[in-house]
Design a protein around this ligand. Structure first.
Ligand SMILES: [Zn+2]
Length: 166
């Protein structure tokens, strides 16, 4: 919760840290763990707030290819405009309106969106902090039995070998 009601007009900086508790607070199952630093630069004017939000850190997610649990870097800067008005305004992903009698702003969902949207659409191990390539063993398993590979240990093949021996 950003308490802006008592702030003077002008610039104010805030630091936040998003941790596992933050991610468990939001009803979602997209991100469970992470550690993300947030730098919020707020400019307060009479009828509006301008929020310049920089996120920098990592979240834990599964690789979409081999399903390894890895840490992925998140980094972005977003600007959110807040209009202080008692009229209905058309809200946008970067523009929201709040009533003139309000004095605090709930940024939880916005911060979550900034983090989530800074991740690539499809996560690969090569995007992660922990690893350069996907796990070969898992990839082989996911690909299923290799048709051209060595089948000498296959039970059917063992049976055939028994037959030929006799
Ligand atoms: Zn992978």
């Amino acid at each position: 919760m950003l308490q802006f009601g008592s702030l003077k007009e002008g610039n104010h900086d805030f630091d936040y840290k998003l941790d596992d508790d933050f991610f468990s607070l939001i009803p979602q199952d997209l991100i469970e763990k992470g550690e993300v630093n947030v730098l919020l630069k707020l400019e307060k004017a009479e009828r509006r707030l301008t929020l310049n939000v920089t996120i920098d850190g990592w979240v834990q997610k599964k690789c979409d290819v081999c399903l390894s649990d890895l840490q992925y870097p998140v980094k972005s800067t977003q600007i959110l405009h807040v209009k202080i008005t008692d009229k209905e305004i058309e809200e946008d992903s970067d523009l929201i309106g709040i009533g003139s009698n309000e004095y605090e702003l709930d940024l939880v969902q916005h911060l979550f969106d900034y983090v989530y949207l800074s991740l690539p659409m499809k996560l690969k191990c090569s995007d992660s902090l922990n690893r350069n390539e996907c796990d070969d063993k898992v990839l082989e398993m996911l690909a299923g039995p290799d048709e051209d590979g060595d089948n000498s240990n296959h039970p059917e093949w063992q049976k055939l070998k028994e037959i030929f021996k006799n």
